[in-house]
Design a protein around this ligand. Structure first.
Ligand code: TRP
Ligand code: ZN
Length: 881
């Protein structure tokens, strides 16, 4: 059992500025096959106003200390205090040099934090607190230092030696070894440090900035992936151009390097000048990557690049401010994706993700505000709330201030705080000042937990031609906060005439009508807004573009929703109307209240979408996809994932059969002709054709089943091949076995594609999927040390296959708990993430609750649990039903 001290929560309210600054850090790495030796020389000084008797504290974890020198003098064991968390020196001068020699074992580092090995190469991951696993250091984001890094290693095994900044020198070290020296001119916190050593292929290109400087762009990958970096390179150039055009930000070093590694805890990492990426977000070729993968590569490349300003040049004061860099950078990434493709489709996908990943988090024992107030393990707070709700909050600033003022505010923030470690408040104040607005109340989006409900009532006064919206808000209590104060909520609305036309809007007190969308600002718990000059009662289009991360309640009847789906001029709201219609019909079916008229209405609405003369194939594909099971489950208390699956599948089958000939037509019409291309037309065509194929897979007709098989065997690209394989994986017949086997044989040597093979099976709707998953975790290619593989099997099953995971037998829960315990000994960060589905136990019936809590308890009782998993299971068990 770990000692209690280590479990202590860190609190925002305890923040104190650093007592010592580190001006320069000079690192020397000696890498060998069984260990790594690190010599760190740093120049420190006492911060202004800090007491002379204040001791020096350095963080350090999993390190062997070999030597310590203060101003050149070796320190004896009783000159300092060494604990499992770090090192303290009682008396130090105001200004001094410290030299630390540490010994590390990267070969045994399975946590993938600090210095570790992946595929025979060395690499690092320092965010959030990995640098302390390399050397003793004040490992906190508000200590910014200039780094110099020398790496020495075997020349043949590790021809490529990389670190942040510019390569300034290199040479021979004798005995077949070589060394290189890197200098990063930009002061940075330790979490942005990176090092890579390996035998890697380099794809090089140049980018000319708008001021005419040439930047070297370099992608480093294992040799077998040499021809799969083209898309990432193009994405990087687009991102660089976009940030210049949109925010006026130009890259600030001579080289931008990206290294792809196969073992990585997250998506990618923005280390200054040397990003390290999960291979998943770099490698892409038509044979191995789906259209969604190509899109994700572009988005993540953009995300890490945009961090160069929002995160690196201006960083976070402490980890409670994480959303300062992540919310803002996700928002910038979203804007980039919207500009590169279809803004409406992007917005729909963002909202789907928010609802399926963040809303459930808000409703769970792990709920926390966008700026958390306490944590045991910071790695547990790289969450959907901090990232994507954080991005929604930034989007609301953008909505409230308008595009021009918002961009000006961001620029001003970056200039004012350049080279500093700041807070979410600093950002908010700069925007408020730029916009000349009071954004005080808006700050509650950062401090209050939970998803607000916005309730709308309306009334029409025909005599005066007045239409009034009564809008109220509330936010349910969360484990951390009982009472909530009103939020500042932008509610974008439009009104449609009975002919389907969008009306020009005039609010009471205005003399002319202007625009068809207006942003109403709800600041009180209840307010009313009156529109004038209406000839008839309009149909309201509410929360257009999803202008706030809330749950909207308005009593539409089914006909209104069908009307909005057909006519709303806001594409998001149009999609939303269709989703709400399908949602109701599925829920009524779950409750045994379905009327035949229900499916008829959805069928008719879908048919209208399919037959619309101006059909946009990628928007249509979104409109014709039924709401996700995770979203449906939020509308049921207690949630019954098995019943939801059954009802949703039943509606899918009805839609498949009733519109069979339309699906066949759509499939034929939109399937791109000729060889694969990655352009908007082909992508949209594949998306709609594969959606149609999905319905055809459910008609039960032999002709349609044949089509699925045919597509699998004839496809020249992964999008089509995987779409068909996923449909086959739902079946139990010979064709399914043949295809899965074929796919395995073909791709067993290509890890990212083999992950897909695991994932389609873990997510399949096959009746005996739990057994299948039990077999998958025994498969020789399953490996608990590889996070991508763990996510492809355990994550896909527990998060992406709710009906199977929540199987009445409880087998799914047991399987997850057993793997969380095993994984915790290998990689606590990933283990804690995998445990999260169990934390949501309160949402289910008594029998499931009991089984889920038993498994949580079993995990809690496991010996030597990490802080990561401990925090998730203890918080989950403390919550009351
Ligand atoms: N800062 C990274 C990003 O969002 C996230 C990240 C990558 C990370 N690797 C990590 C966070 C490891 C915690 C631990 O772009
Ligand atoms: Zn990020």
């Amino acid at each position: 059992m770990t000692d209690q001290k280590q479990r202590k929560a860190v609190k925002l309210s305890d923040y104190e500025p650093p007592a010592f600054e580190v001006e320069t850090v000079d690192l020397h790495f000696q890498l060998t096959e069984d260990c790594a030796r690190v010599r760190t020389r740093m120049h420190l000084h006492r911060a202004d106003g800090v007491d002379l008797h204040e001791p020096l504290h350095l963080h350090g974890e999993a390190l062997e200390l070999e030597a310590l020198y203060l101003d050149g003098q070796p320190l004896a064991m009783d000159d300092f205090l060494l604990t499992r968390q770090g090192l303290s020196i009682e008396r130090v001068p105001d200004r001094f040099e410290l030299e630390v020699h540490t010994l590390l074992r990267p070969q045994d580092n399975t946590s993938l934090s600090g210095l570790y090995r992946s595929g025979g190469n060395f690499c690092t991951q320092c965010e959030a607190e990995g640098f302390r696993r390399i050397t003793y250091f004040p490992d906190r984001p508000d200590v910014l230092s200039r780094f110099t890094t020398t790496i020495e290693a075997d020349r043949q095994r590790y021809p490529v030696l990389l670190s942040n900044g510019d390569l300034v020198d290199s040479g021979d070290a004798g005995e077949g070894r070589h060394w290189v020296k890197w200098v990063d001119p930009w002061p940075k916190p330790s979490y942005l440090f990176a090092l890579v050593a390996g035998d890697l292929h380099c794809h090089q290109d140049t980018y000319r900035t708008r001021s005419g400087r040439d930047v070297q762009l370099e992608f480093y990958v294992e040799h077998e992936n040499a021809n799969r970096t083209g898309h990432a390179m193009e994405s990087l150039k687009k991102a660089m151009r976009w940030d210049e055009d949109t925010y006026g930000l130009e890259y600030d070093l001579d080289t931008y390097m990206v290294v792809a590694v196969g073992d990585f805890n997250m998506g990618a990492m923005e280390n200054k000048g040397l990003n390290i990426f999960n291979t998943q977000y770099v490698l892409a070729s038509p044979e191995t990557a789906t259209d969604a993968d190509f899109e994700a590569v572009e988005a993540v490349i953009g995300h890490e690049y945009f961090h160069n300003y929002t995160g690196n040049r201006v960083t976070c004061r402490d980890w409670f401010q994480l959303s300062l860099k992540e919310g803002l950078t996700v928002f910038r990434e979203q804007q980039f994706s919207e500009d590169m493709g279809s803004p409406a489709v992007q917005r729909i996908q963002q909202v789907r993700l928010l609802r399926s990943a963040q809303f459930p988090e808000d409703a769970s024992p792990m709920a926390h505000p966008v700026r958390p107030e306490s944590y045991v393990e910071i790695n547990n707070f790289y969450t959907a709330t901090v990232y994507i709700k954080g991005a929604e909050v930034i989007r609301m600033y953008h909505t409230l201030l308008g595009d021009a003022v918002f961009r000006q505010g961001v620029k001003r923030y970056l200039e004012r705080f350049d080279g500093q470690a700041v807070t979410i408040e600093d950002f908010r104040q700069t925007l408020a000042e730029t916009g000349g607005r009071d954004l005080g109340q808006f700050g509650r989006w950062y401090s209050q937990t939970g998803t607000p409900r916005v309730r709308v009532r309306d009334e029409f006064d025909p005599a005066r031609g007045r239409y009034t919206l009564h809008i109220s808000q509330s936010c349910p209590p969360t484990p951390d906060q009982a009472e909530k104060k009103p939020f500042h909520i932008p509610v974008a609305v439009g009104l449609l005439g009975r002919d389907g036309q969008a009306l020009s809007l005039r609010l009471s007190g205005e003399s002319v009508a202007e625009g068809t969308t207006r942003v109403l600002e709800l600041t009180g718990s209840e307010q009313q807004f009156t529109f004038e000059g209406l000839a008839e009662r309009p149909v309201p289009s509410l929360l257009r573009g999803f202008s706030a991360p809330v749950i909207l309640e308005y009593d539409y009847d089914d006909d209104d929703l069908a009307f909005l789906l057909a006519h709303d001029n806001d594409p998001f709201a149009r999609w939303e109307a269709g989703q709400q219609l399908a949602l109701r019909v599925i829920l009524r079916r779950v409750q045994g209240q379905a009327s035949p008229n229900d499916s008829r209405q959805v069928i008719q609405a879908f048919q209208q979408v399919l037959e619309a003369p101006d059909l946009d194939p990628s928007l249509a594909a979104e409109a014709l996809a039924l709401p996700q099971e995770a979203y449906l489950a939020q509308h049921m208390d207690p949630a019954d994932p098995v019943a939801i699956r059954a009802a949703r599948e039943a509606l899918r089958t009805e839609l498949a059969q009733a519109l069979a000939s339309q699906w066949r037509d759509t499939y034929r019409r939109y399937r791109p002709e000729g060889p694969w291309r990655l352009d908007a037309d082909h992508i949209a065509g594949r998306r709609l054709a594969n959606l149609a194929l999905g319905y055809l897979g459910a008609t039960g007709a032999a002709e349609d089943n044949g089509l699925v098989q045919q597509q699998y065997h004839r496809a020249d690209n992964m999008t089509d091949s995987l779409a068909a394989l996923a449909l086959l994986a739902d079946r139990e017949d010979e064709a399914a076995v043949t295809a899965l086997d074929d796919f395995y044989q073909r791709w067993r040597q290509t890890p990212l594609v083999l992950d897909k093979w695991f994932r389609v099976q873990a997510m399949s709707r096959h009746p005996r999927v739990v057994e299948r998953v039990q077999a998958l975790v025994q498969h020789p290619d399953f490996d608990l040390r590889n996070p991508n593989r763990v996510r492809a099997v355990i994550g896909a099953f527990a998060q992406g296959n709710p009906a199977a995971f929540h199987d009445d037998s409880g087998t799914g829960y047991r399987l997850l708990a057993a793997h969380v315990i095993r994984l915790d000994a290998i990689n606590p960060q990933v283990a804690a993430r995998m445990a999260l589905p169990l934390s949501k136990w309160q949402r289910y019936d008594a029998s499931r609750q009991k089984m889920m809590k038993n498994e949580l308890q079993r995990i809690a009782d496991a010996p030597s649990l990490s802080n990561d998993v401990y925090e998730v299971v203890s918080r989950s068990l403390e919550a009351t039903g």
